[in-house]
Design a protein around this ligand. Structure first.
Ligand code: ADP
Ligand code: MG
Length: 232
């Protein structure tokens, strides 16, 4: 599903080049639940953005579903994202002037789905994340955990094959964090591949495999006990 071969990426500031990804090799199978860990600045978000076609890379090869993702135009990348990928961020990224249902329905608006069908599906997906009673509330009226559930419903509504989550529990208390990770586990059980960036051990332990990044290099890949018991 996802295959990275010797991926390198640098940022350029003035005449200086900062290498952020230094030859990353990753293989993620369909249906896996993988976490990416590493200290701040180790390149986690950069890697996730490359995987999610939100950013380009300089060297190496990235195959998604067997297709080489290289030199994509903005429009091609957007089309692939809309079709295959969902995103969840630490800061929720909800539109503050739209209610929960409207936020969830937004990806369908860009896909030119009719208003009636958008509303019906938004209702259905808010139900899936346990927020039916909150559909007409604005983000400012929701707790952090509820906001993240809205963002997850929005990521799911276009039926992605992969969900990328960048520190989705970074702004949540520990109980709410566990509930949100449980939701990702449920989503994963339904067959969606999940790639989750976190720096919390409790959270990464709930995934099948932990990829650790240090200074732009993968330093370890560990199958968790959870994945072993899954395969018994
Ligand atoms: P992490 O998510 O692990 O904290 P990032 O991928 O965000 O790490 O950043 C890795 C390194 O790249 C950091 O040193 C950061 O300052 C730098 N960096 C990230 N984004 C940019 C950018 N757009 N321009 C320049 N440098 C960047
Ligand atoms: Mg980051």
């Amino acid at each position: 599903m996802i295959r990275l071969n010797q991926i390198e990426k640098s940022y350029h500031i003035g005449n200086n080049e900062f290498k952020v990804l230094k030859g990353i090799n990753v293989h993620i199978k369909p249906g896996e639940f993988v976490s990416i860990m590493g200290s701040s600045g180790s390149g986690k978000s950069t890697l996730l953005n490359v995987l999610g076609l939100l950013d380009n890379y300089d060297r190496g090869e990235y195959h998604l579903n067997g297709l080489l993702m290289k030199n994509l135009s903005q429009a091609q990348a957007a089309q692939l994202r809309n079709k295959f990928l969902g995103f969840v961020f630490q800061s929720f990224n909800l539109l503050s002037f739209k209610n929960a249902a409207e936020n969830v329905a937004l990806p369908l608006y860009y896909q030119k789905v009719s208003r009636k069908d958008r509303n019906k599906l938004a209702h259905e997906y808010l139900d899936k994340v346990g927020l039916l009673d909150w559909e007409h509330h604005l983000p400012s009226e929701l707790s952090g955990g509820q906001k993240q559930r809205v963002a997850i419903a929005r990521a799911l509504i276009a039926k992605p094959k992969v969900i990328f989550a960048d520190e989705p529990t970074g702004a949540l208390d520990s109980t709410t964090s566990m509930e949100v990770v449980q939701l990702f586990k449920d989503i994963n059980k339904q067959g969606i591949t999940v790639v989750l960036v976190t720096h919390e051990d409790d959270i990464s332990k709930m995934t099948d495999r932990i990829i650790r990044l240090h200074d732009g290099v993968i330093v370890s890949e560990t199958e968790t006990v959870k994945s072993l018991t899954n395969n018994l």
